[in-house]
Design a protein around this ligand. Structure first.
Ligand code: C2E
Ligand code: CA
Ligand code: CA
Length: 582
């Protein structure tokens, strides 16, 4: 694979020939001049010939000088014309975008101005505003229209800050649909989706004003329960009120749910964690929530489990249960990696993103973002990150061997705490060396959050990683707060437009606008743009129309283990893939 575009390469080759020709011509003239001068000097006498020879030598030198000057002027002219053309084209593109984004007023204001910098500034601030309004999109679950996990976690931060200030207790409830996978398998995904919507409505009807309901995971919902009416010191009342509420939620599913044409029985389990007035750190609250979730899922008979923060012993054990399960999983190799190709519009593979999977022996599939967050909180991420990277390199090697595509890269996700570890670059380099791979083959996907929370170690790491030759990709682009600033400070090689925009592209005007601006700005910034979460041909076509050229999503490939993915490499590598693959 060539790093430079074809036109640039052929121009460069031609230029080298031209320079060589010019050099020979110049040297010829110099030799002639020197010869004439020497002859003239040797034959110095009464003869007029030497003087003539000297004159001819000097004239030749002068001609050479003139020729050089003319060539220089000619080159300057050509360069000037080229950059004028580039400027004209950029200006034209920007005008088109501003017309699309800024409306007639902005166009009128800027049309007369040839100032490219001003236009880019305007475009940047317009994008910043669009991104702000689009954050809402990244915070809502598109299926149920409830707030999503991201928003729920933000809300917990807000509630814990309030608890700290105003001594107001609250509870966190985690609602899990029992046997949802069975329901999905039996009735199909469309019915599964309708059931999720019905469950969401039912929960919405049951929670009270002031409570905050969100869709937390695929078949999980979470509630932030307002307990501010109860005195913070009255722990028993706090707990029993939360317990009653959880039981009411369970009870509300006693009748069957109306899902399309059929009536379905759906049961839920609820884990409850009352957040006492002293517990004001969001981190501790999340840890309790994890425990409550595990307890609720382990519970076979009782459908409500309360996580008791104050009692020691058994609850502490529970607190660390999932975490120690994870440690065991790492020892016993319960973790494995799946790979999802990043492709061009024809479905040809460009890179393979490695995604971690954990099949818990009792609890079943645990989503990677959940166990990654757990490892981060309990300081296990360094070891887990290393294990994941090693497994990723192994899987990547397997697939490369099977598909024989030398330019194929590996994309590895790096979590925030990994990025703040001062030795990260050294350990990654050591693992690569053992595997016989080069940093240039690896793209490290980092999220806005890890760069926003950056400390000295993160900054050094990013610098070292870049210098070592790793490619950097800004993942989930558009979901954080300062996306544009980040592009300047991080200077990534790639941005991955978050799934929330990609999926909304056909419905929401501004989602398309954001993608258009990112795609256009990326051309000026030497930045590759990948759209993730591409699930159907319509979205793909819309993205292409907006100038995006790299994609990832179920429309092309689902994440798969190396063996399975290697078998799919054949024709899909050159022709567009249709429909989602298993
Ligand atoms: P991410 O890095 O944004 O990964 C993309 C997620 O979208 C993956 O979910 C992938 O399976 C899913 N996905 C891909 N195509 C589609 C599509 O067309 N439609 C939909 N609805 N989803 C699609 P997954 O594997 O559950 O991972 C979730 C997140 O967990 C990842 O988000 C990443 O932040 C984290 N994660 C996963 N594996 C690792 C890992 O090995 N290390 C680290 N640090 N984080 C990981
Ligand atoms: Ca990623
Ligand atoms: Ca992402």
């Amino acid at each position: 694979m060539h790093l430079l575009p074809a036109w640039l390469r052929s121009w460069w080759k031609e230029e080298r020939h031209r320079t060589r020709r010019r050099a020979w011509r110049g040297r010829g003239l110099q030799v002639l001049a020197a010869g004439l001068l020497v002859l003239g000097l040797l034959r110095c006498g009464a003869d007029p010939l030497p003087a003539l020879l000297l004159l001819a030598g000097l004239l030749t030198l002068r001609i050479q000088q003139q020729l050089g000057l003319r060539r220089l002027r000619l080159e300057q002219d050509i360069e000037l014309k080229r950059s004028q053309e580039r400027l004209r084209r950029s200006n034209h593109q920007l005008d088109a975008l501003l017309r699309q984004l800024g409306g007639p007023q902005l166009v009128e204001e800027l049309e007369s101005s040839p100032n490219l910098e001003l236009k880019i500034q305007r475009l940047a601030s317009r994008l910043e505003r669009l991104l702000q309004s689009a954050r809402s999109l990244a915070l809502v679950d598109q299926l149920t229209q409830l707030p999503n996990r991201r928003q729920f976690l933000e809300q917990i931060q807000v509630a814990s800050a309030r608890a700290r200030r105003a001594n107001q207790p609250f509870a966190v409830l985690f609602v899990d649909i029992d046997q949802f996978r069975n329901l999905n398998d039996t009735y199909g995904h469309a019915t599964g989706d309708r059931a999720l919507i019905a469950v969401a409505r039912k929960l919405q009807d049951t929670v009270r004003l002031g409570d905050f309901l969100a869709r937390y995971g695929s078949d999980e919902f979470a509630v932030l329960m307002d307990l501010s009416a109860i005195p913070a010191a009255d722990e028993d009342t706090l707990k029993s009120r939360a317990y009653q509420f959880a039981s009411r939620l369970v009870q509300s599913f006693a009748d069957s749910l109306n899902v399309g044409d059929s009536e379905l029985m759906v049961n839920v389990s609820v884990g409850v964690s009352v957040v006492p007035p002293g517990e004001t750190q969001a981190e501790g609250i999340l840890r309790n929530l994890d425990t409550a979730i595990v307890q609720a899922k382990r519970q076979r008979h009782e459908r409500v489990a309360i996580f008791d923060v104050h009692s020691s012993g058994s609850s502490n054990l529970n607190d660390y249960q999932l975490f120690s399960d994870l440690r065991q999983a790492m020892r016993e190799r319960q973790l494995h990696m799946v790979f999802q190709p990043v492709v061009n519009a024809e479905g040809g593979w460009l890179s393979l993103e490695a995604l971690a999977r954990w099949q818990h022996p009792e609890l079943g599939f645990i989503p990677p973002d959940r166990f990654i967050a757990l490892a981060e909180r309990y300081r296990l991420m360094r070891d887990l990150g290393d294990l994941i990277f090693q497994l990723s390199l192994q899987g990547y090697a397997k697939i490369r061997e099977a598909v024989q595509q030398p330019g194929l890269r590996l994309s590895a996700n790096i979590s925030p705490t990994q990025l703040s570890d001062p030795d990260l670059h050294l350990r990654l380099l050591a693992m690569l060396k053992t595997a016989g791979l080069e940093p240039g083959q690896i793209t490290l996907e980092i999220t806005e959050a890890s760069v926003l929370e950056r400390n000295a170690a993160t900054t050094t790491n990013l610098e070292q990683l870049r210098r070592a030759g790793f490619r950097l990709s800004l993942d989930d682009f558009g979901t954080g707060y300062s996306s544009l600033n980040l592009l300047h400070t991080l200077q990534p090689n790639e941005v991955k437009i978050d799934q929330s925009f990609v999926r909304a592209i056909s419905e929401q005007g501004f989602a398309g606008q954001i993608v258009a601006v990112i795609a256009s700005m990326s051309q000026h910034m030497d930045l590759e743009v990948v759209a993730e979460g591409v699930e159907d041909a319509n979205v793909l076509a819309a993205l292409q129309a907006l100038g995006v050229e790299k994609f990832q999503g179920y429309h092309f490939y689902r994440p798969m283990p190396p063996e399975q993915l290697s078998q799919q490499a054949g024709p899909a590598n050159t022709t567009p893939a249709t429909g989602s693959k298993p």
